[in-house]
Design a protein around this ligand. Structure first.
Ligand SMILES: [Fe+2]
Length: 214
């Protein structure tokens, strides 16, 4: 049982404040979801669990700027339940990703604040990980809190570097992949609808080569 539900609500409020200062597609969609679903009360049956992939300490140390948000994450941290996304077949997503990522839902089906078709949370990827190309029906906002990291939007497309606090909005079924080198990836994520439709891996011919170089 969360010993400080107010810390969870303060984190959700701080995320909303942080998003309000950014510009880009999808930010309003996520803020509307927070407004619609994020008022609480906090579900007190969520059991804390640290991220099995580790690297949360290092990720928080790598956060520059957004001091109020970093503080709110630290305050809520003892209560966060970090789990993994298990919808991908391991022969498609690879052996590393399943043990090199974790997410903590704040608003959502399994989040602190229940929502039926919206999800907001924190996402963590360990260094030297390729999150292989994939897509999903849910429109998705990522706001990396660390960086830079590399992204591409189509198997075989060129990689682009995105710094911390640069939002990335993925329209439904947009193919995307994330390349995490030495800096751990910590991000906010929001899925604004169709959250029950699983993501699928999109094959690319260069995974082996990229992963060998990490
Ligand atoms: Fe995604």
């Amino acid at each position: 049982m969360p010993n400080d539900p107010a810390a969870i609500m303060r984190l959700i409020e701080e995320i909303d404040r942080y998003l309000a200062d950014l510009n880009g597609d999808g930010l309003d969609d996520v803020r509307q979801g927070i407004l619609r679903f994020g008022q609480g009360p906090v579900n007190d049956s969520v059991k804390p669990a640290p991220p099995a992939c580790g690297h949360l300490d290092a990720a928080l140390l790598c956060m520059r700027g957004a001091d109020a948000l970093r503080h709110a994450i630290k305050e809520a941290r003892p209560q966060l339940r970090w789990i993994t996304y298990d919808a991908y077949p391991v022969n498609e997503i690879g052996k590393r990703f399943p043990v090199a990522h974790a997410f903590a839902s704040l608003i959502g089906r399994d989040g602190f604040v229940p929502a039926d078709d919206f999800e907001l949370g924190l996402f963590l990827i360990a260094p030297r990980t390729l999150y292989r190309d994939h897509r999903h029906k849910a429109p998705e906002l990522y706001v990396p809190l660390t960086g830079p990291h590399e992204w591409r939007f189509g198997a075989g497309e060129r990689w682009s570097e995105y710094g911390a606090h640069s939002p990335i909005w993925n329209e439904p079924m947009r193919v995307h992949a994330t390349l995490v080198r030495d800096i751990p990836f910590l991000a906010l994520f929001g899925w604004t609808r169709d959250v029950t439709v699983n993501a699928v891996v999109v094959p690319a011919s260069d995974w082996t080569e990229i992963e060998a170089g990490l």
